[in-house]
Design a protein around this ligand. Structure first.
Ligand code: ADP
Ligand code: MG
Length: 372
C-alpha cells in the first residue's frame, strides 16, 4: 500500500502545487489520478519515487517512509512510464528493455531472454527486438516503454499520461492491454491522465484532482460518475455522465426478441427471399435482418415498395450488442439502428436476436430506481 499523509509541495514559485494530500492507494489495483492540467498530478506521482521531494508530509510504501529509502533504490523498485516512451534512440528495442536489468547486473544472456518474454507480454512480435525506436509507431513505442518498466518486475508501476500521445484507436487497445496485464501481473499501478473516460475505464479507484493541488473526490469510478461530490467534479465528469454510467450496468435484463432474418448471398434480395412479415400484434419486429452464411449480421433489408421486381436494398445496421456487454452498448445498438432495433449477437458474432429501444430505456429506468 502507498500512503500519502498530509503531503504538500510548494515549488519556489509560490502557491502549492499539491496541497495537503491524504490518500491510501491499494496494492494490486489500478489507481488513477485524473484532473485538468496543472493541478498537481505529476508532482504527486513523482513524489512517490522521490523524483520530487515533498515540502511537508510523508509518503509510505508498505509502512516504510520513502524519504528513508535511497532514491536510486526506490526508483529501481518502481517502473516509470511517461507520455513519450523516452526510449534511448541509439539502442534497439531489446537493449532498451534490458537497460534496468543490466543496471541490476543481470547477465546479458539472461537479460535478453527476459526482455524477449516481456516483448510478448506487451503484445509485440519478437521480430521487433532488433529495431530502433524510430522504426516503431507511437503505440509500439509505448508498449516498449511498458515492457522496459516491467523488466525488473517491480511491484509498483507509475504511469504518467502514457497513452495521451497516441491516436484514439491505438489508445483504446493499449488501455485494454493494460487491464489484461494488470490481471495477469497484479501490479500496483498508479496512472495519471487528464481524460475522465480513460480514468473510468482503467481505474479501480479514481482520485479527481482540482486546481490548487487538492483531491476533490476519491472513489470507485462508478461512484464518481453517479454521485460527484461538488460542482467541480460534476463539471469535470461532464454532462453525459448518466450515459457513461451505463457502461457499468449489466445489459442482461434487456429482453432479446427473435429476429426476422434472411440469408444474403450477395445477390439483390427480393421479397420472395423474405418471409412475410408477421402481424403487428405478435410484437415481432417487422424489419428484416440480412445475415451471411455464418449468421453474422450484414444490415437491414428494406423492400422497395413500388418495385415490380420486388427487390429491396440493404441499409447498414448500426452497432452490435454482444452477449455480456453493458447496458450502454444495448442503447447504442438500438439508437444507432435505423429500425430502432439493436442487433444482439453472441461471442462469435452470430445473430441471437434484437433488442428494442423502448425496452432498453425501461431497463435503464429500472437500474436508476434500484439505486435509490
Ligand atoms: P499536472 O500533472 O496535474 O498537470 P503538475 O504536477 O505538473 O500538474 O504541476 C502542478 C503545478 O506545479 C503547476 O502549477 C505547475 O506549473 C507547477 N510546477 C510543476 N513542476 C514545477 C517545477 N519543477 N517548478 C516550478 N513549478 C512547477
Ligand atoms: Mg502532468
Amino acid at each position: 500500500m502507498v500512503e500519502f499523509r498530509g503531503v504538500s509541495k510548494v515549488y519556489q514559485t509560490g502557491h502549492p502545487a499539491v496541497d495537503n494530500l491524504n490518500l491510501s492507494i491499494e496494492s494490486g489495483k489500478i489507481t488513477v489520478f485524473v484532473g485538468p492540467s496543472g493541478c498537481g498530478k505529476t508532482t504527486s506521482l513523482r513524489m512517490i519515487n522521490r523524483m520530487v521531494e515533498p515540502t511537508s508530509g510523508t509518503i509510505t510504501i508498505d509502512g516504510r517512509d520513502v524519504s528513508t529509502i535511497p532514491a536510486h533504490e526506490l526508483r529501481r523498485s518502481m517502473g516509470y512510464v511517461m507520455q513519450q516512451a523516452g526510449l534511448l534512440p541509439h539502442r534497439t528495442v531489446i537493449e532498451n528493455i534490458s537497460t534496468v536489468l543490466r543496471l541490476n547486473k543481470v547477465p546479458r544472456a539472461q537479460a535478453r531472454k527476459r526482455s524477449m518474454e516481456l516483448l510478448k507480454t506487451v503484445g509485440l512480435p519478437e521480430s521487433m527486438a532488433n529495431r530502433y525506436p524510430n522504426q516503431l509507431s507511437g503505440g509500439q513505442q509505448q508498449r516498449v516503454g511498458v515492457a522496459r518498466a516491467l523488466a525488473a518486475d517491480p511491484p509498483v508501476l507509475l504511469m504518467d499520461e502514457p497513452f495521451s500521445a497516441v491516436d484514439p484507436v491505438v489508445r483504446a487497445e493499449l488501455q485494454q492491454e493494460l487491464i489484461r496485464l494488470q490481471r495477469e501481473l497484479a501490479k500496483t499501478i498508479i496512472f495519471v491522465t487528464h481524460d475522465i473516460d480513460e480514468a473510468t475505464i482503467l481505474g479501480d479507484r479514481v482520485a479527481v484532482f482540482a486546481v490548487g493541488g487538492r483531491v476533490a473526490q476519491y472513489a470507485p469510478p462508478e461512484e464518481i460518475l453517479r454521485a460527484p461530490v461538488d460542482d467541480f467534479v460534476a463539471n469535470f465528469v461532464g454532462r453525459d455522465r448518466g450515459f457513461r454510467r451505463l457502461s457499468f450496468s449489466s445489459g442482461e435484463s434487456v429482453p432479446i426478441h427473435p429476429a426476422q432474418a434472411v440469408l444474403w448471398d450477395g445477390l439483390p434480395l427480393t421479397d420472395d427471399d423474405v418471409a412475410a412479415p408477421t402481424s403487428h400484434d405478435s410484437g415481432t419486429p417487422r424489419w428484416t435482418l440480412a445475415v451471411d452464411v455464418n449468421n453474422r449480421p450484414l444490415g437491414w433489408f428494406v423492400p422497395d415498395a413500388q418495385s415490380e421486381t420486388k427487390t429491396g436494398t440493404l441499409i447498414p445496421g448500426g452497432s452490435l450488442f454482444r452477449t455480456g456487454d453493458p447496458l450502454r452498448n444495448a442503447l447504442d445498438a438500438a439508437l444507432s439502428s435505423p429500425s430502432g432495433l439493436g442487433v444482439a449477437v453472441d461471442a462469435d458474432g452470430q445473430v441471437i436476436g434484437v433488442v428494442k429501444a423502448s425496452e432498453v430505456l425501461a431497463a435503464i429506468e429500472s437500474t436508476r430506481e434500484g439505486r435509490n
